[in-house]
Write a protein that binds this ligand. Structure first.
Ligand code: FES
Length: 77
């Protein structure tokens, strides 16, 4: 199942960006795969996928939560 239709990124691609590229936010997933966001409709789904694939052992889960909070604060401005 595609997470990002515009860039044909599926759940495995998001997981690989999180595990191999330490991605904790959508922009880092796009960067890892050498692409850019187009419509942006995948952002929420991608954040959800990232939160499932990041482990808490190295604080990655905390970074995801912090990044989501920062993204929400920016969106609210
Ligand atoms: S679905 Fe990801 S940028 Fe459009």
């Amino acid at each position: 199942m595609f997470v990002c239709v515009c860039n044909a990124l599926n759940q495995g691609d998001v997981k690989r960006a999180a595990t191999e590229g330490n991605a904790t936010r959508p922009a880092e997933v796009f960067r890892f795969h050498g692409c850019q966001p187009q419509c942006g409709k995948c952002a929420c789904h991608m954040r959800s996928e990232l939160s499932q694939h990041c482990c808490s052992a190295d604080g990655a889960q905390d970074r995801v939560i912090a990044n989501v909070a920062a993204d929400q604060a920016i969106a609210a401005e």
